[in-house]
Design a protein around this ligand. Sequence first.
Ligand code: PLP
Length: 395
Amino acid sequence: MAIYLDHAATTPLRREVLDAMVPFLTEAFGNPSSGHAFGRTSRAALDDAHDRVAARIHAEGREVVFTSGGTEALNLGLKGAAWAGKARGHRIVTSAVEHHAVGHTLHYLEKFGFEIVELPVDRYGRVDPDEVEAAITDKTILVSIMLANNEVGTIQPIAEIGRRVRRHRSVLFAVDAVQAAPYLEIDVEALGVDMLSISAHKFEGPKGMGALYLRHGTHILAQQQGGAQERNRRGGTENVAGAVGLATAFELSAAERPETVKRLRRLRERLQKAALTVDGTELTGHPKERLPGLLSLIARDTDGNAVTMALDLEGIAASVGSACTTGSTEVSHVLAAMGFPDEEARGALRLSLGRTTTEAEIDEAVAIVPRVLASMRIGAVAVAADPLGQGVGVA
Ligand code: PLP
């Protein structure tokens, strides 16, 4: 049986979540906008899903907009706020390590005259809150920084950044909490955020389902025109089953979070210790301020794609970093921003544990991962010394 260590890419749908969704895919099929009994049943479930998600992040139900995933939540929040704020200014501050759902969205806005200021990060992938504040001018309308990084697991000092952004009344603060949501307590008041995005498939909910928290009174322009659904912020008949699935998965994940975090941290540290015994390996991301189950490393003189293939053959599903860039020859923009040269960044490997990861799976991984890493390094060094395979030392 394969060992799945790619929970940062996605997680399996939880049985209880599927069970909660099934009625809304079968007998309770009404359109929430219909006035009759079928519609009212769906409306009640949808309203309840808003309230349940809101309760977990210290918000109100009306401040939650359901979307088709993390990517759409981020697009809606960022584009919506940019267009709504255009009369006030055109400057948007972000970091160099954001997920493409943020980075590419902001580059798209650049084509329309918005100025995007990408702040550098330190060796561990952290943004300096002082630099965020220094980048804010009277033309700044928005700051967007992720809570936890998907490639290296580094957690940003979001509450501290939120305090700085709050000093500038007309600047909105957007946070990508897609990777953080399963593992960190999210309190939109304590973090000082105006917009925050989450995605169900990262915490054992359905794929293609996300939510955007939008602080009451924050004006955005809808990016999808149609009906008046989601309080005019997203037209289109709502995915009631998906919303119920997201809310159920989020509640279960939050309830078990303290225990999950403790266990995953311990298991990840075991795997980390084993992997780092191999010469030429180095942990990437912050040593302490990091997601509990995400182990990211660089193995010098290896190719991350080749390592993941070798691990796959040994029954371990891992990734080089972001699932979205797997298979491309592009090196990670995150590792580049952290100061790793291309030849080192090519040796990136991410092993991400999740709630369903077992002790026995980590026992096996502890035996397999160092062996595979060591053999890939030896192979690479041998090829570099004798690329034509003529035997080292042949004249
Ligand atoms: N932001 C981060 C940090 C992510 O890791 C991901 C997905 O991997 C996304 C956004 C996009 O979310 P989704 O897959 O739901 O579109």
